[in-house]
Design a protein around this ligand. Sequence first.
Ligand SMILES: [Zn+2]
Length: 366
Amino acid sequence: MKTCTKCVMLDTRPRLSFNKDGVCAACEWSDIKRSEIDWDSRSQELHALCDSIRGKQRYDCIVPASGGKDSTYVADKMKNEYGLNVLTVTITPPLETEIIQKNMANFLSYGYDNIKVTPNPAIAKEINKYGFVEQGRPLLSWTSCLNSVMFRMAIDFHIPLIMFGEEGETEYGGSTELRYTPYYDIDFAIEVYTYGNDPQKYVKGHDERELSLWLYPSKEELKKADFKVAHWSYYENWDSYTHFTFARDHYGMKINEGRNTGTYTGFGQLDTPLYELHTYMMYLKFGFGRCLQDACIDIRGGRISRSEAIDLVNKYDGEYPEANIPVFLDYYGMTKSEFDAVLDRHANKELFEKKNGIWSPAFSIR
Ligand SMILES: [Zn+2]
């Protein structure tokens, strides 16, 4: 297993490439952002795009929003700096937390329209359970409709632009295809963001209409609707810590006291306790969890050193989500031994060994 020489990301991350000096694509991109990208000209591009669409429909732009730091930041900019009439769209996560509901209500009180879409929770649970058991993806339903719902809303409400937050592949290491273009198309979304999943193949007994929020509009519909799908991280140097301080200082965003399970920070991904399981499964499959991801972002942002990151990763990464195990069992309708069998199935046996009933790393981050 290889570790990036600048951050601590592992080569087990899907689609991540390394240069000849052992630097990962995300760190390479972080340097390019600082030295080569002309952010003023990218901002002018966005002004031109906004000028071309403003006022032609009831809403100019969809910003997918959860009440978290990043969407708060992007919605604020699109409304106040770029002057668009923004519709924020929320997809209810499974087991939605109180803190995210309060943050969202508070954010909206500053003057935003919002549509909250709740895909059939019974079907969502089926998809999530399938995702957890078969693929080690306990939030499969939620993560796969994050794109399809927005596409559907853009068509149904005649909205010419969807502005997503960061393009994760570029920012965190993966495909480098979208470094120099703000837009992406449906094929990319299906391939990368929904892992090529199609609920019709594995959730039985529901017709296409019942599954419509998980299914992408047809190519004909998309062509006719003619809207653009862009990501904010093309237009401004993406830094989630800056978004956090902005959301806290300008919108009074609240965070959990102390740190989140599996990491040293307390401000990211507060939507659902299932996120803990999502990152724990990622850890068992690939050897990196929530802490390692956070630490890489902080190294690239110049807030911590690589050796500090290694200490944090050794302390917190892959922390077993003990406190919420009963919550997970209840949600998926599983016994503890059925749940453990899923972990056993997906744990990477080349990276982990089982000690006292818990998978422990047989590797160390250096
Ligand atoms: Zn790196």
